[in-house]
Write a protein of this length. Structure first.
Length: 238
């Protein structure tokens, strides 16, 4: 059982973020639960890398003095699994927004899908989604997007170390569902990869499922649910 001194000295908590929670909400929930358990007014809690609300998986949460290590953890290589739907696009590049355009898929073979992944291996220029929390002129990009305002977003250099196709489902006549595993550098947007992958196949693509499985040596297999973490604190409550 962890003590208050443990959390103040610094703990690294591995949390499996549930669907529809923001990373900020997870941090706030854990901070509140720790404060309640130990009857304290404040404690530093932060996360090492945002996950979109529609993504699940590994969040590295730091407490106390370990929050000083957040930048180090954020810079580590990350692994994701998920599903790209070929044949249509959305403005947000995922299911946060509705399909806005459809594309032909008859020309896309399994062999072409496998071969096209090679175009994305290594350093490449990527444009972040306009529906993202990045800031421009002091304003979040998604604020511009939701207001219908155009904004120029500069590209960034990202590094994709591995892009593996794990399953292809072409049983639907108007879409192809491609399951994947990606290992990439900090700052890589998998939503943008899904959109770019669709373009590279002379079609369209968007992300329907995303799960972060690793950050550096941290693995989601060793992560706990929010409920399990709260349960571990209950013995400290009066």
């Amino acid at each position: 059982m962890k003590t208050l001194d443990d959390y103040l000295s610094g703990e690294v908590l591995l949390i499996d973020k549930p669907l529809n929670w923001t990373s900020f909400q997870v941090v706030n929930k854990l901070r509140w639960e720790i404060r309640q358990a130990f009857k304290i007014k404040k404690i530093k809690v932060g996360h090492a890398g945002t996950l979109d609300p529609l993504a699940t998986g590994l969040l590295v949460i730091c407490t106390g003095k370990m929050t000083k290590q957040i930048d180090t953890f954020q810079g580590q290589v990350k692994e994701y699994t998920g599903t790209i739907v070929l044949g249509s696009t959305t403005p947000s590049y995922d299911l946060e927004s509705e399909i806005n355009e459809t594309f032909p898929i008859d020309h896309i073979s399994e062999d072409l899908i496998y071969k096209t992944t090679q175009q994305f291996i290594g350093e490449t220029q990527q444009f972040p989604p306009v529906f993202s929390a990045l800031k421009k002129d002091g304003k979040r990009l998604y604020e511009f997007a939701r207001a219908g305002e155009h904004v120029d977003i500069p590209s960034r250099t990202v590094n994709i170390l591995e892009f593996e196709i794990t399953k292809i489902d072409s049983s639907n006549s108007d879409s192809i569902h491609v399951n994947f595993r990606v290992v990439c550098s900090k700052g890589t947007y998998i939503r943008s990869l899904a959109n770019d992958f669709g373009k590279a196949l002379n079609s369209g693509g968007h992300l329907s499922v995303l799960r972060r499985t690793k950050i550096g040596d941290f693995d989601v297999a060793k992560a706990h649910s929010i409920e399990d973490f709260i349960a571990s604190l209950t013995t400290n409550k009066q």
